[in-house]
Structure formats: C-alpha cells, structure tokens
Design a protein around this ligand. Structure first.
Ligand code: B3K
Ligand code: ZN
Length: 847
C-alpha cells in the first residue's frame, strides 16, 4: 500500500460549496444520495472522489446520467475524466448503498445495539459516500434522514422533523471528517447554557434507556467547559443546539463532530456506584476536550492529516489547563507528566518514534498517538512559557482572527506566535518536525558567589532521523537557600545550543537548584545529585512538581538498584516518612508521592543506563520496596488510612477524591503486611466504585481474590462498563506468574464479547499492563497477545493496530525474549489479508 508524504500536498482542484445528503436507513442496505455543488479552480482537472466499500447505484452531472466511459471506479474511489466536466460550476449527484449492519470496523456508518452511528475521522466518510474526503475541503452540509427510529440526529440545527424523518442544516462549512449521523431509540438528559452574548443553547446527552440517571455529571461538565472557554479564550459556542451521544461500540474515547459529539459510553456515563474518581475526572476532561475542539479543530481545522497535532496538541493543552483550573492544578500537572512519560517517552524511545508532525504515513489512524496528542500539548505549553501569559493570549486571539474558517498548518500556527510576539521560532519548530526526547544533562558549579548551571542536550537517533539538531528548550529554574527560602523568583532559561551555561550572581551561599520546574520542557533531565539534596527538595521545594519529582527520583534510584540485586539507599524511605505525615500537603499530592514508579518505567530506566531489564527482578524489587515502606511507616500509614475515610454521601470533587486516593495508597502499602485485612474490610463496606475497585485490586494483588472476584462479577454482570473494570483489574494486578493463564481463562468467559472494543481492550490492556506477566520468560504472554491481534484484525483493524503498541518496547529485553517477540510480530505480518493498519504497525515494530 502507498506511503503518503507531506511534501506531496496539492490543493484540491475544485471548490465544494454545499453538499446535500439524503439517507434512507436500513441495516442491510442504507441508501445515500449525495448532491455536491462543485466549481473548478483549475482548468481541465479530473475530479477525484474518495470512496471505499460503496455500491454505486447511479451518478449524474447537472441532471444527466454519466455514461460508463465518462468515469471510472476503483477500490479507493471514483474519477470523472476532465473531458466530461464543464468549465462552469456543476452539480454532481450520486446514489450509493452501504450495509451498516455488517460494518464491524466501526468506521463510517455502523450499528451498535440497534442504533445507527458514524465515525468519520480520519477517513471514514469515504465509506459513506463518494466525496473529497480530505480536511481542506470544507462545505456546508444539508442532511435529511429517513429511518425507522424515534431519534434522528445530524450536525447543525434541526430544521424539520416528523415521524421517521428529520432534516438538519449545518451553517458552518466543515470537512467531511466532522460529519455525524445518529439514529436510534434514545432518550435525552437535557439542559441549557446561556452564552456570553446571551444566546440560549439547548444541551442534550442522548443515551439508551436505563442510562439516563448517569448523565448529570457530564452535562454539568459540559456547562463548565462552555463557561471556561468563554472566560479564558473568549470563545463562544456557535449553534443553538449541542448534542452528545453515548455509544457502546466505539474505537476510541470520543469524537468532536460539529454540534453532535459522539462518545464512548465509558466517557459519559457516571454514577458513584459504577464510576471511580479517576473516571469522573477523565469524563470531565474528555467532555471539555471535545467541546474545545469546536474552535480548535472545527472552526479552524487541519489542512491535511500531517497537521493533526495542530488541533490535537492544542486541544489537549486546553483541556489540561481546564482541569488544572477546575481541580488541583499541581496534582493535575503531575498526573499529566506521569502519563507523558509512561506513554510518550516510551514511544519516543522505541521503533514507533515519530515527530509530532510526521512527514509520511501509510495509515493515518496509526498516528493518533501520545506524541501527536500529549507531546503536542507540551509544545503548546512551551510556547506559552516562551511568550508569557499575555503573549499567549494575544497569539491565540490572532490565530482565531486570522484563521477562522480555514484549514491550517503548523507553519500558520507558529506564524501567529512570531507575528504577535516578534520572536523568531524557526529553531523552536524542530519540536514539531524532529522525533525523540532530548536528554538534558546538567552540572552545577559554585565559586565566589557565582552559581553556574552547565547544560548539554542530546537527542538519540530515531527511525528515519539519524542526525539530531539542538532544540530550543525553556528551562524554568529556581534557587533555594539551604534553609528552604526562595533566593529569587523562578527564571526561564532559554537553551538553544548543544552546550550552554547560565550564571546566577551575588549568592553568598551555594544554593540548591530546582531545575525544570513544572516540567517546563518534555526532556529527560540527567543530573548528578546527592540523595540528600533530593530529600531536601522533596521536603522544601516551593514548586510542587519538582517536590514530587525529587521523591520520584529517589524511588526510581532505589528500585533501579534493587532490580540489579543491590541494596537501596535508605534516603527514600526516610524522606517519604516526613512527607506522608506533612498535613500541610494536599492528600492528593501525598497520594501521588506514595505511588511507586511503574515496572515499565523501571525497565525503561534500566535500559537507559545500558542495562537489560529483567521483568521478574523488577517486579520483586518493587514488591520489596513497597513492603519495606509499609514496615517502616506502618503506624503513620495506618493512621492515614483511618483519618482519610470520607464520611457522608459520595462526591467526585477533588477534595474527597484526594482523600480516597491517599487512603487507598496507604492501604496499598499496608496490604503487603496486613494479610489483606484492610482490603477485605473495605471491599465489603465500600459504597462507591472507587473504594470497591481499589479494594478488589488489592485483594487480587494479594492473591486473596477468589470470593471477591466472584461476588463482584455476580453483582455487576449486567453492567458493561463495570465488567470492563472486572476484566482489566484482575489481569493488571494479579501475580505475574498467573497472568497469562488467567487471561486465557477469561477469554472463555461468556462475557468476553471480544468484538466490542472496550471489552477487548480491557482484557488485553490488563494483561500488557502486568509488566512481568506479559513479558514472562516463556513468551506465553507474547504469543497469546499476538494470536488475539491476528483474530481481531479482520474484524476491527483500527483497534488491533492500536493494541499492537504493547510490543513497542520489545528491543529493551534480552535476546531470548526478543526472539519470541520477533517471531510473534513476523507471524502477524505474514497473516493473509492483514489490514493496512496492522501491517504498517508490524513493519515499523520490526524495522
Ligand atoms: N479526534 C478524535 C479522534 C479520532 C481518531 C480517529 N482514529 C477524538 C479527539 O481527539 O478528540
Ligand atoms: Zn482531540
């Protein structure tokens, strides 16, 4: 299959002003009539429309049926020869048939529980009708739907409706990927929002009967998002109605279709009994994210899919800031960095590394990655650090003013920052075009009142990019006196050279430097620092991120030593003891400090030091450190456990959620020495899903889970969202030696409906999240996982390809493991009829 390249971009040779779509819904044979008004922009151009798996019934131009020799169809589209096209504007009308019922790939028009729905991003619209399916073709859509369903939805405003018929007009030009249609027996949980200019917007969350009591939180989150975008970015919603639909079968989290967001039910529905604190926070974040796309994505979209991070990086950045503002800012920043390191740094170090703006791909769906999303967001954050608060707002105002209604590029985006701030961002642009995480080495020198920081940056080669150029890195630094006082306000150092030093003068004493505050750049900081200094930063740093970071580093050092069979320094345990009893620190913050680095992260750390990680040794080290901490701090932890109980009715607010997090973190450590007694009691008394699932996970970890798992299953077998948690938790948390066998057993469970993406992901991500289990020496984990990818691929290639990223770290491990993985990947790649999605992934993984 063909590689698409950024430098091969050509504008579409026709203008498409309006499109009229008439749907006659039928599970086996839906008819789609499309009328498109084209104006030629170039003389004598052929007209190409994308189309896949369509059954063409008729095609006519300005009312005249086209003859068989005036056009041709292929597996990828329809071409009308230039000779058959007038030089003037013309209308093309096609009728096609499609079969939503057999669409298991969940791209285009498909069915979920008897309901029709669509997913068009990135290139799914071409499975609905012949069309220029590219984001730079923006048209006004007018849609009619005829179908046997009480609720018929599409984008824009509802202009007519009767039994089995609805008509929608979207006044805003949009690319086809933002088209959506939903039809089914749904009920709405409704509300209204009055915009800053006083318009009233009708808000609806559409769900299946039985789910209507789980929508209130999402509705309120939507209102908060609308308000925030007005206050912080001056952006008002632009239609009279905003619909959200919850769908059970969905390939990803949610989709920002204009005025009709479609969500995976998992990220809409919430009740205290069924959703955890983390779910609530995530739901709010995703509702905000999709809503924010209305301006960053929909009103201003991408010129081509190489520019994906233009909308995704910015929108992730916006949703992260929203959550920082509505919840606990520093805690959210730490959470985001944990995620970034776990997913994006991991991606950047392996065979799948790619720039935030890739310059070639085979299947664009494979590039909805942590690099495009999360690193894309970090880049926006760095821009803000460089131009400052006001500068950022000015740049964004200019972006909206200059580009509203356009399909843009990263160059357009950087240009608004250059024009509004007067800065040259040409070197900064490398963050978008170059892959890999820079390693930033720093050394400190103090002499005669002058403190010097010497930095060196280096980025390792990544696939296709052997040579790396120095990046423009904003490094936020603060200096602390030995008594903990700030010497001076934080300063942003701008590093642009491969090696560069910065000095601080008039310092009577050697200060303790707090470097990369707030994680001001997505780099890997290497600093030779004494454990005592880290302990000091953990206790005294005024920057909460670096405070946490100091603790994490101590833990990481201890674990890396222990995983090599060396004794750990006692510093971490001692320093942590001070922190956990520090009641001036937020419970949520303390909970984060008690969370040990992940086994995957330790494996990465060992690999970074040129060592081969041994998954069993890593697991044992982490268990041993947890047990140590529990023994060392038993009394304090027990006190926390009791003190952090949250009385009264459940609230997902950050305060009580933080208390529960700290309580569970304490229970998690104590679980190693109390015989699972707290976990058992908590499991029996839990009144919300956070505690119930938290306790279940601890029982699983302790191997005392048989009754609890059965009871949980019995209680929740009718609830698809909770059952996903049941599948996932018991694999992620169980002792590694039983993980694969348990995964095999679970695939036999009648509730393992593997064609449903959520269920498939729950089981497979549960297993791959069990580091030592998945990477077991005998290779059973690898083989099991590969078998299931092969099985899923013909049914749902997008999900299969996405899940293949579990293999992206395979080259870290020893030769025996590598041989088994290579074999598994080769077996996948040799499979007859393998999808473009999964073949591209296996080829990159094997390269
Ligand atoms: N834009 C969608 C993701 C589409 C994924 C296509 N494979 C959701 C989001 O980022 O908001
Ligand atoms: Zn997005």
């Amino acid at each position: 299959s063909v590689t698409k390249r950024l430098d091969e971009y050509r504008p579409y040779p026709f203008e498409l002003e309006t499109v009229r779509l008439d749907f006659r819904l039928d599970p086996k044979q839906t008819e789609v009539r499309a009328r498109m008004a084209f104006s030629p922009k170039l003389p004598a151009a052929t007209l190409h429309l994308d189309g896949e798996e369509l059954d063409l019934v008729s095609i006519s131009l300005d009312g005249r049926r086209l003859l068989r020799d005036e056009y041709k169809t292929s597996a990828t589209g329809l071409t009308i020869f230039a000779a058959s096209l007038p030089e003037q504007p013309f209308t093309l009308e096609t009728v096609v048939r499609i079969a939503p019922e057999t669409n298991t790939a969940l791209e285009g028009l498909y069915m979920s529980n008897g309901m029709y729905c669509t997913q068009c991003e990135a290139e799914g619209f071409r499975k609905i009708t012949y069309y220029p399916d590219r984001p730079d073709v923006m048209a006004k859509f007018h849609v009619t739907i005829t179908g046997d369903a009480p609720v018929l939805l599409s984008n824009g405003d509802l202009v007519a409706q009767e039994n089995g018929y609805a008509e929608w007009i979207d006044p805003w030009p949009k690319p086809a990927y933002l088209f959506a249609l939903v039809a089914g027996d749904l009920i709405a949980h409704s509300g209204t929002f009055t915009t800053m200019s006083g318009r009233e917007v009708a808000l609806n969350i559409w769900v299946r009967k039985g789910d209507e009591d789980r929508c209130e939180f999402a509705l309120e989150a939507l209102k908060r998002s609308m308000q925030w975008d007005e206050e912080v970015y001056g952006r008002e919603y632009d239609l009279d109605i905003f619909n959200i639909v919850a769908v059970d079968d969905f390939n990803m989290g949610a989709m920002e279709n204009k005025g009709l967001n479609i969500f995976n039910s998992k990220w809409v529905l919430a009740s205290p009994e069924t959703a955890t604190d983390a779910d609530y926070e995530r739901i709010e974040g995703i509702i905000a994210h999709e809503y924010f796309h209305n301006w960053t994505g929909n009103r201003i979209t991408c010129r081509d899919w190489f520019q994906l991070c233009l909308k995704e990086g910015l929108t992730v950045y916006r949703d992260q800031c929203f959550t920082r503002d509505t919840r606990l800012g520093p805690v959210k920043r730490i959470d985001d960095v944990i995620m970034l390191r776990a997913r994006q740094f991991r991606e950047d170090r392996g065979p799948l590394a790619h720039p935030p703006r890739p310059d070639h791909y085979k299947e664009i769906n494979n590039f909805y990655t942590a690099t495009v999303y999360e690193k894309g967001a970090e880049i926006v954050g760095m821009l803000r650090t460089l131009v400052g608060e006001t500068g950022y707002r000015q740049a964004l105002d200019l972006y909206f003013e200059r580009h509203d209604g356009q399909a843009c590029t990263i160059e357009d985006w950087l240009k608004v920052f250059e024009d509004s701030s007067g800065r040259d961002l040409s070197q900064f642009k490398r963050w978008y075009t170059d892959a890999g995480t820079p390693v930033l080495r720093v050394s400190e020198h103090y002499k005669d009142g002058v403190f010097t920081l010497r930095f060196e940056q280096e980025t390792k080669p990544t696939p296709g990019q052997p040579q790396k150029r120095p990046r423009h890195i904003p490094i936020t630094v603060g200096l602390l006196c030995p008594d903990g006082d700030e010497r001076a306000p934080s300063r942003v150092l701008e590093m642009t050279e491969a090696k560069q030093e910065f000095t601080f003068e008039d310092l009577p004493q050697r200060p303790v430097a707090s470097i990369l505050r707030g994680f001001s750049a997505p780099v890997s900081l290497e600093r030779n620092i004494a454990p005592g200094e880290l302990a000091f930063l953990l206790a005294e740093d005024t920057d909460p991120f670096n405070r946490w970071e100091a603790g994490r580093q101590l833990a990481q050092e201890a674990l890396v030593a222990m995983a090599q069979g060396k004794a750990a320094q006692p510093d971490y345990a001692v320093a942590l003891g001070k922190l956990i009893t520090d009641e001036s620190a937020e419970p949520a913050f303390r909970a984060l400090c008690l969370r040990l680095p992940s086994e995957d992260g330790i494996a990465q750390s060992l690999h970074d030091r040129g060592l081969t990680p041994d998954p069993d040794a890593i697991h044992a080290a982490r268990e041993a450190l947890a047990t140590d901490l529990a023994r060392n701090h038993e009394a304090a932890l027990a006190e926390i456990y009791d003190a952090m109980a949250v009385p009264g009715p459940y609230s997902p607010d950050p305060g009580p959620a933080g208390q529960r997090a700290l309580r569970l973190a304490a229970a998690g450590l104590l679980n190693r020495i109390d015989g699972g007694q707290r976990a058992q009691a908590l499991f029996e008394s839990a009144t919300n899903m956070t505690e119930s699932l938290g306790a279940l996970s601890l029982l699983v970890q302790a191997g005392a889970d048989e009754d609890a798992l059965a009871a949980f299953r019995e209680r929740w077998k009718g609830d698809r969202l909770v059952m996903d948690k049941w599948f996932m938790t018991q694999l992620a948390a169980c002792p590694p030696e039983i993980a694969v066998e348990r995964a095999e057993e679970l695939t036999e469970d009648p509730l393992f409906t593997w064609k449903t993406p959520n269920r498939f992901r729950a089981l497979m991500a549960g297993l791959s999240g069990n580091h030592a289990g998945f990477h077991g020496k005998d290779g059973a984990g690898y083989r099991f996982y590969a078998d299931w990818l092969i099985r899923l691929d013909p049914v749902n290639p997008q999900v299969a390809a996405r899940m293949s990223t579990a293999f992206e770290t395979w080259k870290r491990y020893d030769a025996e493991r590598q041989a088994i993985v290579r074999n598994a990947l080769e077996r996948i790649s040799a499979t007859q009829g393998l999808s473009r999605d999964l073949s591209e992934m296996t080829a990159r993984l094997l390269a």
